[in-house]
Design a binder for this molecule. Structure first.
Ligand SMILES: Cc1cc2nc3c(=O)[nH]c(=O)nc-3n(C[C@H](O)[C@H](O)[C@H](O)COP(=O)(O)OP(=O)(O)OC[C@H]3O[C@@H](n4cnc5c(N)ncnc54)[C@H](O)[C@@H]3O)c2cc1C
Length: 355
């Protein structure tokens, strides 16, 4: 994404945040965005993060664009049952050939008469085997990559939709992940979210909420793990003294706890600015980057102190080691976050290599 595009993608933020989150009118609680972050933090207490991610996928990843830009008819049809919990939503952005490079997706939705005809496939679709509808990003014209895409609500029971078997993953075993194929799938033109050609822009905005929620989600598991590891190390006696009495161990846990609180503060700052309508792309990207990096540090360091007990499938630390690893990959890999941060760094010289 070019610097220009990254900035233009966030220009709509101020108008967005005025929209009450999960509007009372659609069955929501009418609360502001900070409550979604509080919820994401609380969901981190579920020790099986596949469940937390499936919930956040519904509230903070697949529905924000519909809530903001969808027509009244579309909201009644897809948002209301999703908020009520009667519909499961999924998000179709990534493809086999385009994950980090969203602009390069190949799935097409071509207008024919009153319908879009969809062909292509989506990869890594969380909740895709049970979803009632997909928030789908597709190319709707042959124009420039950032202006030729649209978001569509696609019911998952339509003829021509084929769903793969569940992909076996390193972690998040409680969450299903599939590939979805579209073969001449016909959806009415009215299922378009907002304006045609604005899909990339809408998705970049949707990503901001996804990334803040993903950052919030990892805080609690990391805090719990650091505390549990300290408890374990206090009770584990090695060489005639508790493991925790080795300063190198206690200091390391203290350092990780400090990093964690710094991340929390960065997130809260981003959330506060977002709610005031400011462009938070840089802060959000920094938070997501740090969340991925720190998740890896915390789980790896803690696992070490559990010794062999940590290297078993039943141990919480080993589950978090696997489950949290996705944070550096999903919703924009660490390197994607770094390239966004680079684009927003005023100090960087504008050379040809920095696009
Ligand atoms: C469990 C799981 C659930 C997911 N759920 C969904 C979902 O519900 N909906 C959806 O649309 N997608 C989903 N994804 C997809 C996820 O967002 C992508 O995996 C992610 O964006 C990375 O894309 P990729 O896997 O194609 O990796 P690639 O794009 O091939 O990237 C591979 C690696 O290259 C590196 N890299 C990327 N860009 C750069 C760069 N500029 N410079 C240097 N290195 C770089 C990164 O380390 C990256 O991990 C999910 C993925 C997983 C694993």
């Amino acid at each position: 994404m070019s610097a220009l595009t990254a900035r233009s993608c966030s220009k709509g933020v101020s108008s967005l945040t005025r929209v009450p989150r999960a509007d009372l009118k659609y069955g929501g609680q009418g609360l502001d965005f900070s409550h979604q972050i509080a919820m994401a933090e609380e969901l981190g207490n579920i020790t099986s993060l596949g469940i937390s991610i499936a919930i956040l996928l519904q509230t903070s990843m697949a529905t924000p664009a519909l809530e903001r830009f969808g027509s009244e008819e579309l909201k009644q049809r897809f948002l209301v049952p999703s908020i009520a919990g009667d519909f499961v939503a999924c998000l179709g952005v990534s493809e086999p050939g385009a994950g980090s490079d969203v602009s390069n997706i190949k799935t097409r939705a071509v207008l024919q008469g009153g319908d879009y005809i969809i062909n292509g496939s989506k990869m890594w679709t969380t909740s895709g085997s049970q979803a009632d509808w997909m928030c789908l990003l597709a190319n709707t014209s042959a124009g420039p990559a950032h202006l030729n895409k649209s978001l569509l609500c696609v019911p998952m029971n339509l003829a021509g939709i084929h769903v793969s078997r569940n992909i076996e993953k390193l972690g998040l075993h409680a969450s299903d992940t599939v590939q979805v194929f579209f073969e001449d799938v016909r959806v009415p033109r009215q299922f378009l979210i907002g304006e045609e050609g604005q899909g990339f822009h809408y998705q970049m905005l949707q990503f901001q909420e996804e990334r803040m929620s993903a950052t919030a989600l990892v805080l609690t598991p990391m805090a719990n793990l650091i505390r549990q590891t300290a408890d374990y190390a206090r009770g584990r006696v090695l060489f005639n003294k508790p493991l925790l009495d080795n300063q190198v161990v206690h200091f390391r846990l203290a350092e990780l706890a400090t990093e964690l609180e710094s991340l929390r503060s960065l997130l809260y700052r981003a959330v506060g600015q977002y709610m005031r309508g400011l462009d938070v792309t840089k802060l959000v990207s920094m938070g997501k980057l740090k969340a991925g990096r720190l998740s890896r540090e915390v789980t790896d360091s803690c696992l070490q102190y559990w010794g062999g007990a940590g290297y078993t499938h039943r141990a919480l630390v080993s589950r978090l080691f696997r489950d949290l690893r996705i944070t550096s990959i999903g919703g924009g890999a660490d390197e994607v976050m770094l390239s966004i941060i680079c684009k927003y760094m005023d100090t960087l010289p504008r050379t040809k290599s920095v696009k």
